[in-house]
Write a protein that binds this ligand. Structure first.
Ligand code: GDP
Ligand code: MG
Length: 369
């Protein structure tokens, strides 16, 4: 049987506990306090009094990510996922282009990369870095709005000849709110009028304290044009990632995020970042209300790969419907379960679209004992 406390039910329905209890007393309940626990049937009766239809849903029909492990120290390391942010024209695209040219896929396959929303750069040390190649702030915000903490590190680009500008400040705000560590790339250092000290000073005014300016945020002078400082930037990212000790299980059910969806000559495709597990052709996955039996996995050069591990960007095809960007991707045990989960989610989203109060009480499932 399922239960809900009076206070939780009041909360779900949006009525103050005292008022809620009073109404229950008017209904004929005796000696009720907000701490009392109601069974599903009783809760349904009370909810009906408030014009709510109670749907007691344990959430078992859905797929869920596994809880975070407290101790990940035995798990394999994974590449950090990096987002580049900064003011317009400060050189973000130029830096990404430089990095993309040095990506593994590009160097192995004649430099032809296709856009899949993320790409991987291999350092001489053998460490990889994954860069999100989606237009900065909006993608970052959209992902976060959906609850996706995809980014491990933000590279904040500030032009050496222009210093801190409104979108720099905005980027600082986003990174701080998301509690994502920042590395500063002071860009365009090849230009006349570069003033690194001014940038560092201006940054500290806005709460980013770099080394020698009262803090420990790394600031690296770079030029996406000449490549100066770019390797140091990559090394700083790897060093920070090692310090943060990014690790992920590779043998569990696959979990990840859809970065972008597109239609390619070979059909519906979605690029994704795997968070945990190892994705292989034949696996069944669900993202939002779309599911796929993975047909082909490709890297950013469009080359077929046999598996995708955590932190590795990959393009997946085999989708029955187009998945949404920013949706969570989860492995299903079989096709039937995938279809059932999609149906279940469609029903729920239909209810939400109709604006029926039912959904609110549906949320109560989390509190059911
Ligand atoms: P974004 O808006 O941040 O993506 O900036 P872009 O990468 O598009 O660069 C804006 C302008 O600055 C372009 O004209 C680039 O050619 C120029 N630019 C970018 N990085 C550098 C650099 O390191 N040195 C110089 N001299 N120019 C740069
Ligand atoms: Mg740009």
């Amino acid at each position: 049987p399922e239960f809900i406390s009076v206070s939780n039910l009041a909360d779900v329905i949006g009525v103050r506990p005292a008022q809620f209890v009073q109404r229950m007393e008017e209904m004929g309940f005796e000696e009720i306090t907000y701490r009392d626990v109601l069974d599903a049937e009783t809760a349904g009766l009370v909810a009906a009094e408030f014009n709510y239809e109670a749907i007691f849903d344990s959430g078992k029909a859905d797929l869920h990510a596994a809880p975070e492990l407290e101790d990940t120290s035995d798990l394999p390391s994974r590449p950090p996922v990096v987002t580049i942010m900064g003011h317009v024209d400060h050189g973000k695209t130029t830096i990404l282009d430089w990095l993309r040219k040095s990506s593994v896929a590009a160097s192995e396959h004649g430099g032809i990369t296709q856009h899949i929303g993320a790409f991987s750069v291999m350092m001489p040390s053998g460490k990889a870095i994954t860069f999100l190649d989606t237009p900065g702030h909006s993608a970052f915000l959209e992902m976060r709005r959906r609850g996706a903490d995809v980014t491990d590190i933000v590279v904040l680009v500030v032009a050496a000849d222009d210093s801190v500008k409104p979108q720099t400040i905005e980027a600082i705000k986003h990174a701080t709110q998301a509690k994502v560590p920042v590395i500063v790339a002071i860009s365009k250092i090849d230009k006349e009028g570069s003033n690194l000290d001014r940038v560092k000073g201006d940054l500290s005014v806005h709460g980013i304290h770099v080394e020698d300016y009262g803090g420990d945020v790394q600031a690296i002078g770079v030029s996406g044009k000449t490549g100066q400082g770019m390797v140091e930037l990559e090394e700083a990212i790897v060093a920070l990632s090692e310090m943060l000790d990014h690790r992920a299980a590779t043998t569990c059910n696959v979990e990840g995020w859809v970065i972008e969806a597109s239609t390619k000559s070979y059909g519906r495709a979605a690029s994704a970042l795997i968070r945990r597990g190892t994705l292989r052709p034949g696996d069944i996955i669900v993202a939002g209300t779309a599911w796929a039996r993975v047909r082909t996995l490709r890297n950013e050069a469009g080359v077929t790969i046999s598996e995708a591990t955590p932190g590795m960007p990959v393009e997946i095809d085999g989708w029955r419907e187009q998945p949404g960007a920013g949706t969570e991707l989860l492995q299903a045990p079989n096709e039937q379960k995938a279809k059932d989960v999609v149906d279940y989610r469609m029903e729920r989203s239909d209810t939400q679209k109709m604006g029926v109060d039912m959904v609110a009480i549906n949320e109560a499932r989390r509190d059911l004992l």
